[in-house]
Design a protein around this ligand. Structure first.
Ligand SMILES: Nc1ncnc2c1ncn2[C@@H]1O[C@H](COP(=O)(O)OP(=O)(O)OP(=O)(O)O)[C@@H](O)[C@H]1O
Ligand SMILES: [Mg+2]
Length: 324
């Protein structure tokens, strides 16, 4: 687990890039840092592998304060994909990927088979690509190599700073899918910086929204769509996504389980268990009732009440109002 406790960073020219942040990044989770340009995402990330030293506060990895840790040793255990690919141009793809494993003293057979395995993982045929130099690959292919290079020595932590930002939308989506599938297998602790809210919502377990060196909200994608903490987060996520997120909420989320008295109310209008809360609300209004039954496989499995729907909608409003 990576933990920031009251961390600040003031650069030597006086710029206060980070202003007292607390973050907990759970082990095995993919956490996205997102926020406008200059809000301090890269600074936050570089403090984890000690490329930048905080001016105040402490960063812990697995309970250990990193201040005292040897930085070379630390970095060998933290994969890093930098903002602009960063492959070494004079090394082949194989040499690039195997760099850290070689530094760590892996045997030749070991790192060679690891290179093959990783290239295959991102759909690059090893025999075609491993002897090539970075410039002999397309931008998207280089980016894939950049990503797997960070995984090569199997570090428990991986930092990725806008790894897909230079890609066209199709390659970008493809790599997002690949990363998501990969993470399901490898369960690393990944800190992922992005500008792109759709990307964060798609791949992250948790999202940290930053503004001007501070944290505005830390939440799961779902929580963020349901309860943006304040106007800034609301605007940053965008009205469209929030509406879409909420209308996609499922009736099962607020369904009250069946009780005996419901069985007596045979005349209740019904709605499928796969419906959204918005659809349930429409039914309640159109049919002028206080309750509808949720049906699955032709059987009533529970009920949705007007009260619950209102409660749900009010919950969203309350959050909005309290932030004003
Ligand atoms: N070496 C430095 N010296 C002085 N100020 C710096 C330095 N590096 C970054 N900054 C400033 O610190 C603030 C945070 O920068 P940082 O690179 O962390 O932002 P970011 O969120 O990663 O932005 P972007 O999305 O554009 O990559 C900015 O105001 C930036 O100008
Ligand atoms: Mg940056």
């Amino acid at each position: 687990m990576i933990k920031f406790v009251n961390v600040s960073k003031k650069y030597s020219d006086g710029t206060e890039a980070i202003k007292g942040i607390d973050i907990e990044i759970p082990e095995g989770k993919l956490v996205a840092l997102i926020g406008p340009s200059g809000c301090g995402k890269t600074t936050t990330m570089k403090m984890i592998n000690k490329l930048i030293t905080p001016t105040k506060g402490t960063i812990f990895i697995n309970g250990e304060d990193i201040t005292a840790k040897n930085e070379v040793e630390l970095r060998r255990n933290i994969g890093y994909v930098i903002q602009r690919i960063g492959l070494l141009p004079h090394m082949t793809i194989e040499e690039n990927i195997s760099l850290v494993p070689r530094l760590k003293g892996w045997k030749k057979e070991e790192y060679q088979s690891r290179v093959n395995e990783l290239l295959e993982l991102v759909g690059l045929e090893p025999d075609t690509f491993k002897k090539r130099y970075p410039l002999e690959l397309s931008g998207g292919q280089q980016q894939r190599v950049g990503v797997v290079r960070a995984l090569a020595a199997e570090p428990p932590i991986i930092l990725m700073d806008e790894p897909f930002s230079a890609l066209d939308p199709i390659s970008r989506e493809q790599l997002q899918d690949e990363l998501k599938a990969l993470q399901k297998k490898i369960h690393k602790t990944i800190v992922f910086v992005t500008h792109d809210m759709d990307e964060a919502l798609k791949i992250a377990d948790e999202i940290v929204i930053m503004r001007d060196g501070k944290i505005e909200q830390i939440a799961t994608p779902e929580q963020l769509l349901q309860n943006p903490a304040n106007d800034f987060v609301h605007t940053f996520i965008g009205e469209d996504r929030i509406n879409k997120g909420n209308s996609n909420r499922h009736v099962m989320d607020i369904m009250i389980s069946l009780n005996e008295s419901d069985l007596l109310e045979k005349e209740l209008p019904t709605i499928s268990w796969e419906s959204t809360i918005t659809e349930a609300a429409k039914q309640l209004i159109q049919k002028k009732v206080d309750k509808i039954a949720v049906v699955k496989n032709k059987e009533i499995v529970g009920t949705i009440t007007k009260e619950e729907v209102l409660h749900f909608v009010a919950g969203i409003r309350r959050e909005e109002e309290s932030s004003c």
